[in-house]
Every structure is written in structure tokens, then in C-alpha cells.
Design a protein around this ligand. Structure first.
Ligand code: GUN
Ligand code: FE
Length: 423
């Protein structure tokens, strides 16, 4: 059943600052695509079934532009280190476990189940460097009904022996094997994933750039997250004018036919931001990770003013919460600290702006995603806040605000992706 209408209190972002609210309206889905929102069901849709969620909130599905699936297993354990030490002592040994397919089956089943139950309908994910485990993750996600991109990670330098490909040719051959193995999947698609500049030799970056031009595949990586990391990239790439340029010189930083997501961009300067804007690079803003790893506070207000494309990321396990509702609340909260402590010329984000980032902002990476406007993919959540009683009457906008600040993915009662009902 891909033609139907949902009835309830419908909310979505029209622009970064305007939250559209339609009480007791119908959102119509025809062939998996939104046909619009109506106060009465138009005559031409009179025959379609109506799923009546009167009294509930209906919002677009949320988009997680950056998370590490293998890191879900060890989230919220040791969070007292900065990025480079955390990678060496926690992350890399944990990711090495995915050489064992039995372990991967257990861990990725837990992750895929959690993502399926969450408020997220679309996600862009890192796997590990292991081809069989990454293929397994993709199979589980394909079955979940979610729309996802997954990357087999490339890393061939500055990494421990247990988690390092021996040379560029080996890493590239494994990448081609992995791409061959996932041709049959339709809902979970591959994305090229150099881990970050310190993990990838020039020869590997060159080979990945060639592969990108050959295949047109999208790219994801990390950018300007931590000051120690940035100083290291400067040493490793003395010829590059910026961290972003170290990707761009290999054709792995947006531009025609190369959709790209860069996570973090906490410390990107004006030149790096201008390059991202010119190349249409998406920024995955990951406020909780940036807090846990003491990375800093990304200047999201500046990104928005400059017209950059921005979405939200959980960055599991730099971030410990999978919830993009939580990422919205975190984005608002850290922006207030940035405003108060760093730069009073940049006002903090409002909640509607954070909602925009977690829906349309990140959704744009997938195309027309993140709103109930005609032509948009019909990704929808039915939210039930009955277990959040309040002694006075609340507007739909206030109810949504509470669900976001309380970051309660349990409020998700039903979930639709491209018009497919997952539950
Ligand atoms: N940079 C390179 N690898 C990682 C990772 O796994 N997490 C984060 N937050 N940053 C990284
Ligand atoms: Fe990350």
C-alpha cells in the first residue's frame, strides 16, 4: 500500500526559520512521494485509505548525516580523551574486532535494530575497513527498510597493525571487491570513505579520487574536527593550503558529480568554508561528539549565513546518543554557549533552525527529502507524547519542542520511509 493519507497535526520546516504547522490535516502519499498537505482530502484522493492519527504529531523522518555503525557497541564507555588519543586507545582496537564476522553479526544486528526503532529514516554511515563485515552491515540495513549510505573505510597509514591496510593497492582492491558485492542492494548504497587525511597515503587518496571519477560515487570523511588533528594534517600535507584542500587536490571534496559530506568542520576558516561552498560540500554538524571529545563548537550560524549545506550527525560513538532529536537539542545548546563565551555577534540557533538541520538540511543530501511538500519523498514519523502529560493545553509546536528537548525517540509510534511503513 503506497497510496494513503496520514491524518494528524503535521509539522515541517518550510525554511530554516519557518516551521509550518497544520492541525488536523492530511499528508498524502502517492507512490512513495508526498502529494501535499490538505485540510480536507481532495476529491482525486477520495479512494485512498486514511490512517487516522488524530491527536498525534506527524513530522518528516530525521536524517543522520554522520555516524559510525561499528562504534555503537562501545558508545558511552570511555569519554575522557580528545580525538587522536581516543582513536588510538578506544576506537581502533574496537573496530579491529570486526575482522570476526561472528562479532560483526552480533554487534551490527544490535545497531541496525536500534536505528530502525529510532526517529532516523535516512543515515550516512561509516563501517570499518573489513569487506565482509561491511557487506553484512549493508545487508542488515537493506532489510531494515531505512534508506542509507554505508562506507567501507579506507585507512593505510598511521593506524595500528590490527586496523591498517598494507598499502594503497590492497585498500583499493578491497574497495572494488566491496563495491562488486553490494550491487544487488537498493536501499543501502555505497559511499567512498577515506577515514581522514592522517589515515590515507597520497597514493590511496589518488586511487580513491580516480575511483570516484570512474563511478560517480559520493564521498564522506572528517574535516577540521580537532586542533591537534589539523596541525598533524599540516605536517603531513605541507603542500596543501588547508585541510579541505588536502581532499580537494585528489578530487574528493565535492564539485560536479562528487556529492560529499565532511563531518565536524569545527575549525574551518573562511577559505576552507569558501571552498566547501564553491564545491557544494555538505557539513555534518555533530554537536554531541564535539562536546564529548572536547573538539570545540562549530560555527553553525556562520555556515547558515554563508549559505553552506548543513545537516546533523550523531557521530556515534564520539556522540553517545543515536537520536537526531537529541542532536537538535544539542545543536541549540552548544550554539548558546558559543554565543555567550566565544562570539556575541553570532546569535544562537533557534529550535526551528535545529529542526530544519535534522530534516531538510541533511535530507537534501538524499534529494527531495525532509518536508511534506509535493514531490518530496514520503518519509514520516507519527509521534505520540501521551506519556508526557501536561496540566495545560499545548500547541503542536510546543509539543514538538518538548519531544525534541526531552530527546525521546520512544515517542516514535509509526515510521514511513518512501511511503513504506516500517512499523
Ligand atoms: N576522525 C577519524 N576517525 C574518526 C572517528 O572515528 N570519529 C571521529 N569523531 N573523528 C574521526
Ligand atoms: Fe566521525
Amino acid at each position: 500500500m503506497n497510496n494513503f493519507a496520514l491524518k494528524g497535526d503535521i509539522l515541517f520546516s518550510r525554511t530554516p526559520t519557518e516551521l509550518a504547522v497544520f492541525e488536523r490535516h492530511y499528508a498524502v502519499c502517492i507512490d512513495g512521494v508526498c502529494a501535499g498537505v490538505f485540510s480536507e482530502l481532495p476529491e482525486r484522493f477520495a479512494a485512498i485509505p486514511v490512517l487516522d492519527y488524530t491527536g498525534k504529531l506527524i513530522i518528516p523522518g530525521l536524517v543522520d548525516l554522520h555516524a559510525h555503525a561499528p562504534q555503537y557497541a562501545f558508545r558511552a564507555l570511555d569519554m575522557d580523551l580528545e580525538l587522536l588519543d581516543w582513536l588510538d586507545t578506544q576506537t581502533f582496537p574496537q573496530e579491529a574486532r570486526y575482522a570476526d564476522l561472528g562479532y560483526a553479526q552480533t554487534a551490527y544486528t544490535i545497531f541496525a535494530d536500534a536505528l530502525r526503532r529510532s526517529a532516523t529514516t535516512r543515515a550516512v554511515l561509516f563501517g570499518t575497513l573489513h569487506v565482509p563485515a561491511t557487506r553484512l552491515l549493508m545487508e542488515l540495513l537493506e532489510q531494515s527498510g531505512l534508506e542509507t549510505y554505508v562506507g567501507k573505510v579506507n585507512m593505510n597509514r598511521n593506524s595500528p597493525d590490527c586496523l591498517c591496510e598494507s598499502d594503497a593497492a590492497t585498500s583499493l582492491a578491497a574497495t572494488r571487491d566491496w563495491l562488486d558485492s553490494c550491487r544487488s542492494l537498493t536501499h543501502c548504497r555505497p559511499i567512498l570513505t577515506p577515514r581522514f587525511v592522517p589515515s590515507c597515503s597520497d597514493a590511496l587518496m589518488q586511487g580513491l579520487g580516480d575511483l570516484q571519477r570512474e563511478t560517480g560515487l559520493p564521498v564522506q570523511s572528517h574535516l577540521s574536527e580537532n586542533q591537534g588533528e589539523i596541525a598533524w594534517v599540516r605536517e603531513l600535507c605541507p603542500q596543501s593550503t588547508s585541510y579541505g584542500d588536502a581532499y580537494d587536490r585528489f578530487g574528493l571534496f565535492g564539485g560536479d558529480g562528487c556529492p560529499t559530506i565532511m563531518a565536524h568542520c569545527v575549525w574551518s576558516d573562511a577559505d576552507e568554508r569558501a571552498l566547501m561552498k564553491r564545491n557544494g560540500v555538505f557539513i555534518a554538524h555533530c554537536p554531541q561528539s564535539n562536546t564529548n571529545l572536547s573538539s570545540g563548537i562549530a560555527p553553525v550560524r556562520t555556515f547558515l549565513r554563508e549559505g553552506l549545506s548543513v545537516g546533523l550527525g550523531s557521530d556515534i560513538a564520539g556522540g553517545v546518543h543515536l537520536s537526531i532529536l537529541r542532536a537538535m537539542a544539542d545543536a541549540v545548546q552548544v550554539s548558546k554557549l558559543r554565543w555567550r563565551l566565544c562570539d556575541q555577534s553570532l546569535p544562537p540557533l533557534t529550535l526551528p533552525e535545529a529542526f530544519f538541520l535534522g530534516t531538510r538540511g541533511g535530507g537534501a543530501f538524499f534529494g527531495k527529502v525532509g518536508a511534506f511538500e509535493p514531490g518530496y519523498a514520503f518519509d514520516a514519523l507519527v509521534l505520540d507524547d501521551a506519556d508526557l502529560p501536561c496540566p495545560f493545553a499545548l500547541t503542536p509546536e510546543q509539543r514538538l519542542t518538548r519531544i525534541i528537548y526531552l530527546s525521546d525517540d520512544h515517542a516514535v509510534q509509526h515510521k514511513f520511509v518512501d511511503g513504506r511503513k516500517l512499523f
